[in-house]
Design a protein around this ligand. Structure first.
Ligand code: DX5
Ligand code: ZN
Length: 219
């Protein structure tokens, strides 16, 4: 299982040291949680811009940017400058299919991988038609908007459904799960067909990042 560490709960004052510790602990990716205060209540734009800029200058570990925003295009423009591996936007922020396809193309034209995110209330089938055009799906296993929440068990079924649909339709797609993941539930995520687990507080609140991340990867 690959691990993408969410930096949402990293304390700003010791962030350079925290990022260094995560790098030597071999997180596979850094997950940047951008919230605009409209799509979700919190506004983390300034902090996530600072973190993305810092990370870009101190590590080669790829950055994945999770846009929990209403004005998707505005924040694609802002965060494409940190050369992310992947930009994810929420299907729930789109008004119609035309806009989804426009955003997918817009991100691809920036030479960046594109991922669609589905929140817990959204059915997996909502994104099936887009799977051939995108690189990955980010399945929210908590309600988007904050870290430290408990995983919502029935979101795991959506991972299974998407993996099954992709297999039946011969579509190569990377599936990530995001929110409330820890050592006691990561195996369910993997068995359901996810390739990458986004983990925030379980890693950031642990004493030894190297140990925690290696245990999560072993599953
Ligand atoms: C929630 C974010 C998640 C969250 C993960 O809106 O998208 O990435 O920060 O953090 P934990 O692992 O603490 O749920
Ligand atoms: Zn996230």
């Amino acid at each position: 299982m690959e691990i993408s560490t969410s930096v949402l709960s990293v304390e700003e004052e010791n962030s350079p040291h925290t990022f260094y510790r995560l790098e030597v602990a071999h997180t596979d990716y850094f997950h940047i949680d951008v919230m605009d205060g409209k799509f979700v209540e919190r506004d983390t734009v300034e902090l996530m811009q600072k973190y993305a800029d810092n990370l870009k200058n101190i590590t080669n570990i790829p950055l994945d940017v999770h846009l929990m925003v209403q004005d998707v295009k505005k924040y694609i423009d802002i965060f494409s400058s940190c050369n992310p591996r992947n930009l994810y936007f929420h299907i729930e922020a789109m008004k119609d299919k035309k806009q989804v396809l426009e955003m997918i193309k817009y991100i691809k034209d920036l030479n960046c991988k594109v991922g669609l995110v589905i929140s817990p209330e959204t059915n997996a089938s909502e994104i099936y038609e887009y799977l051939p055009y995108i690189h990955n799906v980010l399945v929210m296993t908590v309600v988007p908007g904050k870290g430290g929440q408990d995983l919502i068990p029935d979101t795991i079924d959506k991972i299974r459904e998407i993996r099954k649909y992709a297999k039946e339709n011969d579509i190569d797609i990377e599936i990530e799960a995001d929110g409330g993941i820890n050592i006691s539930n990561i195996k369910m995520i993997k068995d359901a067909g996810a390739d990458i687990a986004v983990v925030g507080s379980y890693i950031i609140n642990s004493k030894d990042y190297k140990y925690t991340i290696s245990k999560l990867k072993e599953i």
